[in-house]
Write a protein that binds this ligand. Structure first.
Ligand code: SF4
Ligand code: SF4
Length: 163
């Protein structure tokens, strides 16, 4: 699991299941923390590759990428090199499980990214998110409800594939 975010008090729940009902979701959370090795990678992308992705053995998303932007890390998790990705969406289209939501890698204006280390921005992120896709949450992991921990403060609801 990812590192704990110092100073972040509230816990949020990102409902990836509900998010799939939306054609696009402009607000996204990021960690502006140089010590965090996924700096500027969106929380939705992390949640997608952690929980939604089935970690295919042959990973067609990697094969189809024209920019060599995708690779598997030591935990078999797909990671995307932000500096290489040309946002062609080939990986999104080729994924046989619809893991990658259509808007996931789109370029959005900076206003749409909220620093999850900052309490005010965290509040705004929750407010700006559609419906109840991102809510404040006080519980813990609850696998019967498909709720899993991404970080100490960020929970994700998704149907995780059981190998
Ligand atoms: S094709 Fe889809 S499910 Fe398979 S590894 Fe790539 S993103 Fe994950
Ligand atoms: S969207 Fe990015 S990661 Fe996906 S196939 Fe295109 S270049 Fe590769």
């Amino acid at each position: 699991m990812i590192t704990i975010i110092p100073g972040m008090r509230k816990k949020i729940l990102i409902d990836m299941v509900q998010l799939r009902d939306y054609q696009e979701c402009k607000p996204d959370g990021i960690f502006k923390d140089p010590s965090f090795n996924t700096e500027f990678k969106s929380i939705r992308e992390l949640a997608t590759f952690y929980f939604s992705c089935r970690k295919c053995g042959d990973a067609p998303c990697i094969s189809v990428c024209p920019a060599d932007a995708l690779e598997k890390n030591e935990n078999e998790m797909i990671t995307r090199a932000l500096n290489l990705c040309i946002r062609c969406k080939s990986c999104i289209m080729v994924c046989p499980f619809g893991t990658l939501m259509p808007d996931l890698f789109e370029k959005k204006s900076g206003d749409n990214y909220f620093d999850l280390n900052d309490e005010d921005e965290l509040n705004r992120f929750v407010e700006a998110s559609p419906g109840e896709t991102i809510i404040f949450y006080e519980g813990d992991e609850d696998h019967e409800k498909h709720i899993y921990k991404l970080t100490e403060r960020i929970m994700v609801r998704d149907y995780v594939w059981d190998q």
